[in-house]
Design a protein around this ligand. Structure first.
Ligand SMILES: [Cu+2]
Length: 66
């Protein structure tokens, strides 16, 4: 499955890395591609992963997920 999130609060490549790692640490996520320019994350994951879990990971990392 693929979910795209809007992410607010990223300002540099370090933020991108931080968000990518946070998403990839969620159990069931196989990959996350985060774009600073587009303020978005494209996440590939299993059916067991909820949108809420993905958003929570982003928020916990210190950013805003929409
Ligand atoms: Cu940054």
């Amino acid at each position: 499955m693929k979910t795209t999130l809007k992410i607010e609060g990223m300002s540099c490549d370090h933020c991108v890395k931080h968000v990518t790692e946070a998403l990839e640490e969620v159990s069931g996520v196989s990959s996350a591609k985060v774009s600073l320019k587009e303020k978005s994350a494209a996440v590939e994951h299993g059916a067991e992963v909820t949108l809420e879990a993905l958003k929570a990971a982003v928020v916990e990392a210190g950013y805003e997920a929409l």
